[in-house]
Design a protein around this ligand. Structure first.
Ligand SMILES: Nc1ncnc2c1ncn2[C@@H]1O[C@H](COP(=O)(O)OP(=O)(O)OP(=O)(O)O)[C@@H](O)[C@H]1O
Length: 847
């Protein structure tokens, strides 16, 4: 970014102005200009600083040197440049831009300088085009071609803003341009006003387009194109001062309007980037054409001219304010390069590579996101599997505990069995005791524990039972029930017997009856209490088991849900995989299509490759024929040193070299190398043309000589004729060949380009397909892993369910066994009770 260079130039007072009006109030010090009162006291509010301030003594040479030279040199280097003069009418704009005979202005100096500069640059070759236009009453006219009037401005993506139909002259030296400038000046609109006898009534833009490229041995491939605009604006004017009317008035209005728009553009550009919204470049043709120079890609300088007279003080102040605002504008100039075929190819390769990378990047991004999504899902499933595993572990642990519990219960049941066996034994003993009591000598004291028969001794009971029993304590109340009907109803038993796990809490016990403990009663009571306690324990354990069973059931439901979720996710992944597969298949189809196109192109190229070969053969044939003709002619030639012979030999050499060049070109094309440059062909053509002309003129001269002096030598003349006709045939053939060659070259170039492009596309698609393959295979592998995990989880779950069922079965069996034991205990208990009652009635004394 660089600021526009702004300078102010004060012209000398006009000689016709009276001294009191002509005395300059503007004081120039270095790069500052200030307004002074007549007594040389400065007016502080009217002091301005610029890049340069030129006083009335300064010359165009000085202005050019300090203000414009750098821009002109930069234009030669490839930067766009613009220099324009702005100011009120008669302030010296045209004088600055065009100058005079003795002091040429910026335009002429720039033209000369450009060519001088070009001379100094040895490693580049230049092509200069110039155009000269004016904007008169908001119409664009071509000053180099008067017929080009009212030209339109167009905008092109590559060319930018341009004037359609404007004549551009290719020039080779400064003098040529200066002549063109002179001719353009003639067409310019000037008019006489009160202010200026030779007032510019239009804005003029002299444009030089400087193209350059590195010479053959240069490393740079790019062509630089810069546009240099040298603008002489029409001056703003006060109608009252200029005294304009009619045409001049209309012109003045257009001039003022377009300058006002230029002022608006400058105002907008001088605002900060935040403030400025829209730059009204399109409001006038001038600002549209100067757009790159104002806040665009150009190095720009503005020279603001002011008239020193007090009479023009307001206009001068206005100009200085315009200049002050222009000073704030920044441009961004850069070298404009157009690429040659080779450089373009290189650049395009890079761009394609970049695009491919971007495309790949975007694809990779999508794929990566997809893969990331899949990975996240995988991770989720893995975590889920982990969780399920831990849950399974927990379940197994619980199961083990339950198994342990069941074992303990079994043990207890065994104990109960023992107890029941023992009870049977006691019952037997009681029965024995009763039978003894029935015998007269069989009476014994039931209190006598040492009694062999009557003592309800537990010595015969199993050791385990004794041990467990020792823990039991006796209470005062027996938990004996009144009757079986009070213990459990028939329905409950039936359910129990059918394997129904009854709520054992519903089994009721009758409240304890108070009775006098006898030894037997004591032991029975004790036994009942133990049984009751056992039953209570069992009840609580069964309750625990039932709870556990419920929780396991809940877990099972949860597991089922999770398995369902997993199934859904697997389904989703499968669909994703299918989608990827579809995409992949589509890519494969595109690939195949491209491959077909490539093979078609290759097929098309085959006959084209044959063309140079055929041409080469034709050339070789021509060469042979030509050699034969020459040999024949030489043999027929009487005077070897005659002019005809010399011309003939000269032509022979040129034609031979031409044919050889053609052959070489064709063989190079066939070998796949780049054929000779257009320049080479141009040179050949020029040489051939020159030689042919010489040949023809020589032949004609010879004809004349022969006609004058050797009329009789008709054979030689015939030979010359033959030679000419041969030459014209060869020339025509050469032209045809050249046309064919250029056509072939174009075709070959186009085919090569499309082939390369297609190959690149195919490669890119292959890479994309490979990456998709990899992504699909990764997803498939992960899916497999997930499916395996799911299967394992399902297996584990099934095993778990099976175990649960087994456990439930076992619990049922235990419950059933327990119920039957309890039933038998109850019956035993009732039996004992009824026997005891019987005994009590039989032996009332014992009470
Ligand atoms: N620096 C200068 N030295 C000598 N004479 C000058 C200078 N500047 C301007 N003049 C003279 O002043 C007169 C008006 O100048 P010029 O025509 O260049 O003004 P202008 O700004 O182009 O006016 P307009 O806008 O009307 O075309 C001319 O006669 C010109 O020769």
């Amino acid at each position: 970014m660089e600021k526009i260079c702004v300078a102010v130039r004060v012209r000398p007072p006009a000689p016709e102005v009276s001294p009191e009006n002509g005395s300059s109030l503007w004081k120039v010090e270095d790069n500052r200009i200030s307004l002074h009162k007549s007594l040389d006291t400065p007016i502080s509010t009217a002091s301005y600083a610029f890049d340069h301030v030129f006083d009335e003594r300064s010359t165009n040479a000085c202005v050019y040197e300090l203000l414009t030279k750098d821009i002109i040199h930069a234009a030669v280097e490839g930067f766009n440049g613009t220099a324009f003069a702005y100011g009120q009418t008669s302030s010296g704009k045209t004088f600055t831009m065009t100058g005079s005979e003795t002091d040429p202005g910026i335009i002429r100096r720039s033209v000369r300088d450009v060519f001088e500069r070009i001379q100094m640059i040895s490693d580049r070759e230049f092509l200069i085009r110039v155009s000269y236009m004016e904007i008169y009453n908001e119409e664009i006219n071509d000053l180099l071609a008067v017929e080009n009037q009212r030209l339109q401005i167009h905008e092109h993506l590559e060319r930018g803003v341009f004037v359609a139909g404007l004549k551009e002259e290719i020039v080779s030296d400064a003098e040529q341009i200066l002549k063109l400038l002179d001719s353009g000046e003639v067409n310019r609109h000037f008019g006489e006003t009160n202010m200026n006898v030779h007032s510019s009534r239009s804005h003029t833009i002299f444009r030089m387009v400087i193209e350059s490229r590195g010479k053959e041995n240069s490393s740079s491939d790019a062509i630089r194109v810069s546009v240099l605009n040298l603008v002489d604006l029409a001056g703003s004017e006060r109608i009252a001062k200029t005294g304009a009317g009619g045409v001049r008035l209309t012109e003045g209005k257009y001039i003022n309007k377009s300058l006002m728009i230029l002022g608006n553009v400058i105002n907008k550009l001088s605002e900060s980037a935040k403030q400025r919204a829209h730059i009204p470049y399109r409001d006038s043709k001038l600002t549209r054409i100067l757009q790159p120079a104002l806040g665009g890609n150009a190095k720009t300088c503005i020279i603001c001219t002011i008239a020193p007279e007090e009479y023009h003080i307001e206009e001068s102040k206005g100009t200085l304010q315009f200049a002050s605002r222009a000073k704030r504008i920044t441009n961004c100039a850069q070298v404009n390069e157009i690429l040659t075929d080779a450089a373009l190819l290189k650049r395009q390769k890079l761009e394609i590579e970049e695009l491919r990378m971007k495309l790949q990047g975007s694809h990779a991004e999508v794929l990566e996101q997809e893969i990331l999504k899949l990975s996240n899902q995988m991770l989720k499933y893995e975590l889920e599997c982990e969780r399920l595993k831990t849950q399974l572990e927990e379940e197994r642990r619980k199961q083990k505990e339950q198994e342990q519990c069941i074992k303990e219960q079994q043990l207890k049941i065994e104990n109960l069995n023992n107890l029941v066996t023992n009870s049977d034994f006691k019952r037997k003993q009681s029965e024995d005791y009763i039978s003894l009591r029935k015998t007269p000598d069989g009476l014994c004291n039931v209190n006598d524990s040492s009694d062999v028969l009557g003592t309800p001794c537990f010595k015969s009971a199993s050791h385990s039972f004794v041990v467990s029993r020792s823990n039991y304590s006796l209470s005062d109340f027996s938990p004996m029930v009144d009757s079986l009907g009070n213990v459990a109803d028939e329905d409950t038993w039936t359910k129990l017997n059918k394997g129904f796990v009854a709520d054992l809490d519903s089994l009721q016990f009758t409240p304890a009856m108070k009775s006098q403990p006898t030894t037997l009663t004591m032991s029975t009571t004790e036994c009942s209490r133990e049984v009751h306690k056992e039953v209570e324990d069992l009840k609580s354990q069964i309750e625990l088991l039932t709870n556990e069973k419920d929780s396991v059931q809940e877990c099972k439901v949860e597991n089922h849900k999770e398995v369902e979720d997993l199934k859904n996710q697997i389904d989703f992944l499968t669909t994703e995989k299918d989608n990827l597969q579809v995409k992949f298949d589509e890519q494969v189809l595109v690939n195949n299509k491209l491959m077909e196109e490539i093979s078609e192109l290759k097929q098309e190229m085959l006959p084209m490759r044959e063309i140079p070969k055929r041409l080469s053969e034709s050339v070789a044939n021509c060469n042979d024929v030509f050699k034969d003709v020459i040999v024949t002619m030489k043999s027929l030639m009487a005077e070897k040193e005659s002019p005809t012979a010399k011309v003939l030999f000269g032509t022979t050499d040129i034609t031979t070299s031409l044919l050889l060049t053609l052959e070489t070109q064709f063989s190079m094309i066939m070998d796949g190398q780049k054929a000779g440059s257009v320049n080479q062909w141009d040179t050949l053509r020029v040489n051939l043309k020159n030689t042919t002309t010489t040949l023809v003129s020589d032949a004609q001269a010879k004809d004349e000589i022969l006609n004058c002096h050797n009329k009789g030598q008709e054979t030689t003349a015939a030979l010359e004729e033959q030679l000419k006709s041969e030459l014209s045939i060869i020339k025509e053939r050469y032209k045809e060949l050249e046309k064919e060659l250029s056509l072939d070259k174009e075709l070959l170039g186009a085919s090569r380009e499309s082939h390369e492009r297609l190959e690149k596309e195919v490669n890119f698609l292959k890479e994309e397909r490979d990456s998709l393959d990899v992504a699909v295979s990764r997803s498939t592998q992960r899916l497999r892993v997930i499916a395996n995990d799911k299967e394992n989880a399902l297996k584990d779950l099934n095993v778990e369910v099976k175990r649960r069922k087994e456990m439930e079965e076992e619990i049922k069996q235990i419950s059933f066994a327990f119920a039957s034991r309890q039933k038998s205990l109850m019956s035993f208990h009732n039996e004992i009770k009824s026997k005891m009652q019987k005994l009590t009635t039989q032996n009332p004394k014992s009470q």
